[in-house]
Design a protein around this ligand. Structure first.
Ligand code: NDP
Length: 333
């Protein structure tokens, strides 16, 4: 059974030397345990934070210990009455080909309801993140303008589509013309801006948001957010979901100060963690599942094949390799 451990804590952008592959025997199952074959691993930006020792909302990974994250797998053997061999499950498990679990936190998946991979994005943590941040903090109203950064990723694509369902003008910011075309042509965004190609991002945004910005869903921070914040309207709402442009920074960012902007527009800016709203998970997942079934929310996956390529898939998040959710396929369903 191969596993990936944290070998050392990175400074700046992680590289292969921060990870180590090891091989171990699968332990004998004890009563109450299940053995799960990994099918898909989720690689997520927040894992970069957990590689550092700095205090954050999620506990740091320990050096010498396996990475943990979202995994979809199949039960191959069970000594737990809640599970039987052949069932699909997802849970927070090790980056490993096999996991032994006592069943706590494992969710049974029904492949007839939705492809099992969706449990790792639109019908899982990223989907919940999009829903809570947009609807509970952004509170978009019909006719308002919603801007989302990191727009073509797992969270951003869901944010924009929900905002469209709420009758808003939706503008996405993403790093590539192919990504922008996907947003406007396939997901129904009103406009999309390639921040990597725009010399004057503020000007491009201003053209795309002739009525200013009422809701900003921020996945990236940095200069992209500076440009958006300069265009916020009276009583705008900004949900701080992520700051991926800063995750590999070794110094604190320098940028315009936004307090004055918030003051003069009576605006709200609020950070959140998806688990803040956990009491609403069930109803929210039911709503997302309905929208997916009705074709109102579409999704895309970028799948890297093979456990050996997990690290590259993870690092690819910081290069912008993915459109939609980045997954690693470890074994055939
Ligand atoms: P994505 O699928 O969006 O993948 C990451 C994307 O970030 C890349 O594709 C890339 O797209 C973009 N990116 C990478 N580096 C930069 C940069 N320097 N500047 C701007 N954009 C960059 O990931 P997720 O949807 O899973 O996560 C999106 C954000 O939401 C992250 O910041 C994550 O930490 C946060 N998050 C927060 C949660 C919470 O509870 N608060 C829960 C889940 C996620 P591009 O080509 O556009 O640059």
């Amino acid at each position: 059974n191969r596993k990936i451990l944290l070998a050392s804590r990175p400074v700046g952008m992680p590289d292969e030397s921060n990870f180590e592959f090891i091989e171990e025997n699968v332990p004998e199952l004890q009563d109450g345990e299940v053995l799960i074959r990994s099918l898909y691993l989720s690689v997520d930006p927040y894992m970069r934070g957990r590689m550092s020792a700095a205090k954050s909302y999620a506990k740091p990974y320990e050096v010498g210990q396996p990475f943990k994250g979202g995994v979809v797998g199949k039960v191959v053997e069970s000594k737990n009455s809640r599970f039987e061999a052949g069932q699909y499950v997802d849970g927070l498990l090790e980056w490993a080909e096999y996991n032994v679990s006592d069943g706590s936190g494992l969710r049974r998946l029904n492949p007839e309801m939705a492809p099992v991979t969706t449990a790792l994005h639109v019908l899982g943590m990223p989907g919940l993140t999009a829903y809570f941040g947009l609807l509970y903090i952004g509170e978009p109203k019909e006719g308002e303008t919603v801007v989302v950064s990191g727009a073509s990723g797992a969270v951003g694509t869901v944010v924009g589509q929900i905002a469209k369902l709420k009758g808003c003008r939706v503008v996405g910011i993403a790093g590539g013309d192919d990504k922008c075309a996907y947003l406007t042509e396939e997901l129904g965004f009103d406009a999309a801006i390639n921040y990597k190609a725009e010399e004057n991002l503020r000007k491009a945004l201003k053209e795309a948001c002739p009525n200013g910005v009422d809701v900003y869903f921020d996945n990236v921070g940095g200069h992209v957010s500076d440009a958006v914040m300069s265009l916020i309207n009276f009583q705008s709402r900004t949900a701080i979901c992520g700051q991926i442009s800063q995750y590999n920074a070794d110094k604190p960012p320098v940028g315009p100060r936004v307090a004055g902007q918030l003051l003069t527009t009576s605006s709200l800016m609020k950070g959140f963690i998806v688990s803040d709203y956990a009491q609403h998970n069930k109803e929210c997942l039911a709503q997302l599942a309905q929208w997916v079934r009705e074709g109102k929310i579409k999704y895309r996956e970028t799948i890297v094949e093979g456990f050996d390529n997990t690290i590259d898939a993870f690092l690819g998040l910081f290069r912008g390799d993915n459109i939609g959710k980045q997954l690693v396929k470890v074994a055939e369903e």
